[in-house]
Design a protein around this ligand. Structure first.
Ligand code: UGA
Length: 436
């Protein structure tokens, strides 16, 4: 393959994209300002946990096609530059912080060769790409800019990059589309749908998709609230409505709601942008989606109090799960950790277990207690909270845990445990949205 690629920003998205593009046969140069990250990646080690990516990275480093550096001038030979930096929620409001995207494009501009294509992959407020393209027209008129949103899920990053369910490219001309078709040729050959859009539509596709997913989750959590009030069972309701293909059964898992580095901040940034554009009312519903989501965390705390006492100071609570979802070590905006921290702030002794997330969790919440083993975590606990649905928690034997705890009470915050199994072993079992 003739094209050389650069990947600017080697965090979750960038490291995945760089390794995957190398596996397609391209020469790939990853650039990042963080020397520690670059050193680790250069040794073929991943700075985070992602199933399958560690092996792929190590394998690609051996081919000699993939390299990482802090030196931005190293991108000078590349034809296509993927911008994969973060766009976190800004400190003073709902909007996205575009500092990293702007500085990444400014950092590569002096090194862009004739005909180079800059391709944004970061999730940005609509209008950002057009603005950056105009800036490049002055700072690097020899280059062009396109937008190619990314839909990968943590835990499935490699699969979602190499066999995505669609490729969306926002371009201003045919040449940019042609270059991107050349890059993604092996993926297009698998029959992957290819969608060409203008720049604003491509940016909007990403936030619309995440808003829809967030809405689906909050919808089922709203149904969970009604089920609790009315004596229904949300898991049966979800199964029943999910058989309608127009609704679909995925993303209808009721529980403590969505977290992570994407869904929460994306819906907030989308609202903020809509307001700037004079379309505030169109996205007012997302405020309710956010509120339902945060309320789910509170509902778990309410059940804990009703099971133990309003005053939690004498109680030990074992929390199973710290990450925002299983098969990830990401604890950003994790509902599980938020609940653990709130219970601790209310005076309870909280001990948290997680198969992969203890170290990242400890960095964020150094005052919580952590345990490397489930039996140790639950020892003498007054109550167990199941908050991230790791497979190993589903496989726990409640009859083995029973003798270890003080009270056999478990609250399933993810509707993922086998209720009959726990009840048959003598446990009092609660789950969100299931009144029985
Ligand atoms: C999400 C999107 O799913 C990806 O398509 C997108 O590319 C990514 O954000 C992004 O913008 O980069 P991710 O953050 O990895 O991916 O996580 P999801 O699998 O979407 O889960 C988000 C949260 O929703 C998790 O906390 C999960 O526990 C929760 N969830 C999910 C539910 O509470 N119920 C469900 O039925 C499904």
């Amino acid at each position: 393959m003739d094209l050389t690629l650069s990947v600017v920003g080697c965090g979750y998205l960038g490291a995945t994209h760089a390794a995957c593009m190398s596996s397609l046969g391209f020469t790939v140069i990853g650039v990042d300002t963080d020397p520690d990250k670059v050193a680790m990646l250069s040794r073929g080690e991943l700075p985070f946990y992602e199933p399958g990516l560690d092996t792929l990275l190590a394998q690609e480093m051996k081919t000699g096609r993939l390299s990482f550096t802090t030196d931005f001038s190293a991108i000078a030979d590349a034809d296509v530059h993927f911008v994969c930096v973060g766009t976190p929620q800004s400190k003073d409001g709902l909007a996205a912080d575009l500092t990293y995207v702007k500085s990444a494009v400014a950092a590569i501009a002096p090194f862009l060769k004739e005909g180079a294509l800059v391709v944004g992959k970061s999730t940005v407020p609509v209008g950002t790409a057009q603005g950056l393209r105009s800036e490049l027209a002055t700072s690097a008129p020899q280059a062009d800019l396109a937008w190619n949103p990314e839909f990968l899920r943590e835990g499935f990053a490699v699969e979602d990059t190499l066999t995505p369910n669609r490729l969306v490219v926002g371009v201003a001309n045919d040449r940019a589309e042609q270059i991107l078709k050349e890059v993604y040729e092996p993926i297009i050959a698998l029959g992957t749908p290819w969608i060409r859009a203008d720049l604003p539509t491509a940016e909007l596709v990403k936030v619309a998709a995440n808003s829809f997913l967030a809405t689906k989750i909050s919808f089922i959590n709203a149904m969970a609230e009604v089920c609790e009030a009315a004596g229904g069972d949300v898991t049966v309701l979800a199964k029943a409505i999910g058989y309608d293909p127009r609704i679909g059964s995925r993303f209808l898992q009721a529980g403590i709601g969505f977290g992570g580095g994407c869904l929460p901040k994306d819906i907030r940034a989308f609202m903020a942008r809509a307001e700037e554009l004079g379309a505030k009312q169109a996205l007012e519903f997302l405020r309710e989606i956010d509120a339902i989501n945060l309320r789910a965390r509170q509902r778990v705390i309410d059940v804990v109090r009703s099971e133990l006492s309003e005053d939690l100071t004498q109680y030990k609570i074992a929390v199973l799960g710290a990450t925002f979802k299983p098969d990830s070590d990401d604890v950003r905006d994790s509902p599980a950790l938020d609940i653990a921290a709130q219970l601790q702030a209310a005076g309870a002794t909280v001990v948290v277990h997680d198969p992969k997330g203890i170290e990242p969790a400890r960095k964020r919440f150094p005052n919580l207690q952590y345990s490397e083993s489930v039996p140790e975590c639950v020892k003498a606990a007054d109550l167990i909270l199941h908050l991230t649905e790791w497979r190993e928690y589903r496989e726990l034997d409640p009859s083995v845990l029973g003798p270890l705890v003080k009270n056999k009470i478990v609250i399933d915050g993810r509707n993922a445990l086998d209720r009959d199994k726990w009840r048959n072993a003598g446990w009092k079992f609660h789950a969100l949205g299931r009144s029985d």
